[in-house]
Write a protein of this length. Structure first.
Length: 156
């Protein structure tokens, strides 16, 4: 396999066009998980696992199954992050989650990113976030601006 060219590689040599394809989560109750991801977060069901047969479902925020849910194989995960295009869309997602009775743990300003944290019904960590413009991610010396400041949800 040929090496990535400098123009298409990140500083560590990784291709810059690579994006996370999907996350697969073990859940204890598929219907309850679907209610959270579909109704709470607003994702849509792209497949219910057929013709594969096992109890699983795929949900997405667009046209690709970003989130796979299953009840057949336990696994662990700290959290999965869903990045919204801007503050407005993040605010809409947070409002939808709250309206449906799901608890928000906290919101954090990380500098380049603003994030809201919660858990799905199976205790999997969820981060809902948006990125500020890339030009604001660094200080005058080119160092990344990294924060972990808790903020009020109303600030979103």
């Amino acid at each position: 396999m040929p090496a990535a060219s400098a123009a298409s590689a990140g500083s560590n040599g990784s291709p810059t066009a690579v994006r996370v394809g999907h996350v697969h989560l073990h859940v204890s109750d598929l219907g309850r998980a679907l209610a959270f991801y579909r109704d709470g977060l607003g994702f849509h069901l792209t497949s219910d696992g057929r013709p594969l047969g096992p109890p699983m479902a795929f949900v997405a925020a667009g046209d690709y199954h970003h989130q796979a849910l299953n009840t057949f194989k336990p696994s662990g995960l700290y959290h999965v992050a869903f990045n919204y295009p801007d503050r407005r869309e993040l605010s809409r997602a947070v409002a939808r989650v709250i309206e449906r009775g799901y608890a928000i743990d906290h919101a954090t300003d990380h500098g380049g990113t603003v994030a809201v944290y919660l858990e799905d019904p199976d205790g999997n960590g969820i981060e809902l976030s948006y990125d500020r413009p890339r030009a604001t991610w660094f200080d005058a010396n080119g160092n990344p601006i990294l924060r972990n400041d808790r903020i009020d949800l109303e600030a979103i």
